[in-house]
Design a binder for this molecule. Structure first.
Ligand code: GDP
Length: 211
């Protein structure tokens, strides 16, 4: 228990300290040297990924919100801590209905290459809109993570947008579906970037995954 409290406190301090954008990597040759543990963020376009990154970092504009869906095909790296302790990796959003086929293909190659070759990648967070639950395209990404043996947490976003009873129903269904994926961690986080609920818990989980 004391260790858990200590972890939460250290996570709180870490995320209150320096957090900076490092670079955008459009291909594997542009990745930073693998010297620091990484946590990757994945999710359908508009799921609230940029907002969540900003909420975690307690900044308004660290990650750009509402990117044109399907446009960015880059891995964006953010650095936390001085001395540097963790890199957060913002993966391009997916599941954009009108995305051209070759763009989807490029996305797959980039993500697969990154997931399979990155030893410093300690965990992925797969963001799921609390109103909608898991979609087929989320399962595809979860399959990719399973195949690459990258352990991941599901993170429900925009929890403030649904009633508690609805949220409980969607969450229960998500737990059942997640159990079918070998690399999915049983702990699912529920967050709101709007109210800040679940953000501290997620910071703690991020730190824990890197230690
Ligand atoms: P991204 O495309 O996944 O990066 O999604 P954004 O972070 O740009 O969010 C998409 C939209 O959802 C924006 O209009 C955000 O203001 C809104 N949004 C994101 N997170 C939340 C949240 O926790 N609560 C509410 N109510 N709206 C949110």
């Amino acid at each position: 228990m004391a260790a858990k409290e200590d972890l939460a406190e250290r996570a709180c301090k870490l995320f209150a300290g320096p957090i900076d954008f490092l670079k955008s990597a459009p291909g594997l040759q542009f990745l930073p040297d693998p010297t620091v543990p990484e946590i990757a963020f994945a999710g359908r376009s508009n799921v609230g990924k940029s907002s969540l990154l900003n909420a975690l970092a307690n900044r308004k504009t660290l990650a750009r919100t509402s990117n044109t869906p399907g446009r960015t095909q880059e891995l964006n790296f953010f650095e936390i801590g001085k001395p540097l302790q963790i890199r957060l990796v913002d993966m391009p959003g997916y599941g954009f209905a009108e995305a051209p086929k070759d763009m989807v293909k490029r996305w797959r190659f980039l993500i697969n290459d990154y997931l399979r070759g990155r030893q410093v990648l300690k965990r992925a967070l797969v963001l799921v809109d609390s109103r909608h639950g898991l979609k087929p395209v989320d399962h595809e990404v979860m399959d990719m993570l399973d195949a690459a043996a990258v352990s991941y947490h599901l993170v429900m976003t925009k929890a403030d947008k649904v009633k508690a009873t609805e949220l409980a129903t969607i969450l229960a269904k998500t737990v059942v579906e997640a159990a079918k994926h070998p690399a999915a961690h049983p702990d699912i986080f529920t967050t709101s970037s709007e109210t800040g609920s679940g953000i501290a818990e997620l910071r703690t989980a991020i730190l824990e995954a890197t230690e």
